[in-house]
Design a protein around this ligand. Sequence first.
Ligand code: ADP
Length: 490
Amino acid sequence: MYIIQLAPECAPVAKVGGLGDVVRGLSRELAIRGNAVEVILPKYDTLATGRIWGLAPAYNDLWVPWQDGQIHCTVWFGMAEGVNSYFIEPHGPGRFFERGRIYGEADDDLRFAFFCRAALEFMLKAGKRPDILHVHDWPAALAPVLLYEMYAALGLDRTRVCLTIHNLKHQGVTGPHLLHACGLHRPEYFLHYDRLRDNFHPGAVNLLKGGIVYANAVTTVSPTYAREMRTIENSCGLGHTLDLHAAKLSGVLNGVEYDVWNPETDRHLPAPFSVEHLAAREAAQRALRRRLGLRDGPGPLVMSIGRIDPQKGPHLIRHACALSLELGAQFALLGTATEPGLQEEFGRLAAGLEASPNARLVLRYDEELAHLLYAGADLLVVPSLFEPCGLTQLIALKYGTVPVVRNTGGLADTVFDADYSELPPERRNGYVFNDYDETGLESALRRAVACFREAPGRFRTLQVNGMRCDYSWNQPGGRYVEIYDHIRAR
Ligand code: ADP
């Protein structure tokens, strides 16, 4: 099969969160299975070009219809750590991808709508006729609309589309000016409730909704989130649309790239370790404590990693820090805030703990430190309000860090409580709580700390159970091939 992935991120060259990891991991898995796979990305000025082999212009003369004229683009090609990747560089005055960051600009709607239009124009002009166009989240969700309303008639009529929703909260809600900008000239038709009209703002265009309506298959990143996102509390206004299109909706759990995340081969660790040589994990823990300026012992070392965002339960992360210290344990955090208020709040907290030998908050993106944290911590807390899949608990499991998570989304599909799970003991791998409040978090974190201290044998069993889980791309890769086969034009 010939598959093109259209996405705003692909690790490691353009990554903000899990979406970037997933696009890379899935692309590599599909290629291993013998498919021809290409990724199309914007050519951001922040692109990690040092990690792209052979980056060079591949198509110099792409003119993309936009507003009332055309924008000249260069399309670059390179191998981004094993993934065939095209990068679209527009030369227009809007400087769409020269903003020093991937998201967060006032004109994100136009920037990514342009990206979709340019990608389809490129496919058309370069003679690319993929069997499958796999689009990710709202920034790529306009592509199926453009494909079926415009480009199918021009020759892209055999391509079928799979949309993956990584986070329903972000939908790309904008005004009808966007339709005009990208050549969808019948506002009354496109602003119909059955197409792109936002379900609650009649004058607004909802790009993710358009993707759901027009895609041939819609997936999200875990079976539990696929169910949750159709409930009133979690549907973010798209519940009715998802119900209408339920027949093409499914949940496929994300995988983890075990050639990147594997304690037996990880070059960021002082020494490899495995289920058979778990004691060697201590070297990573010592190195982590040295690196963070924490004193040796007392355990457990509790950690949190990821975006600091309202979705991730920031007040509960704070509480995990306070409780860890109160219990005489240690706490480490690596993360970047997504809002100025949270940046300030965690900045203050980090400054207040700067001299503590038992807590450290590192507020930046640091891939190397991430590896050491997964390998050297004892517990990972993930107290999310909602979590479509979550990668941090999957990576933690592989490294023998026991996850303490809220019972939601992909966390519920992958972490099974040591005391209360209905699964057999050999499948239990962490601690789970239900209520999104401090008492809920404490109910699990206190049990985890007690197990670490009072029942080390049992704690080791949890670590081993987690390390033996297979959350590689093997199974989800197979599932996606089935979905592609199902929707393919024959
Ligand atoms: P998100 O909601 O951000 O997509 P996920 O759990 O799905 O959350 O994925 C987060 C990914 O980003 C993981 O691979 C995690 O290790 C990584 N990550 C997040 N923040 C940082 C950081 N500050 N430094 C290094 N890696 C990070």
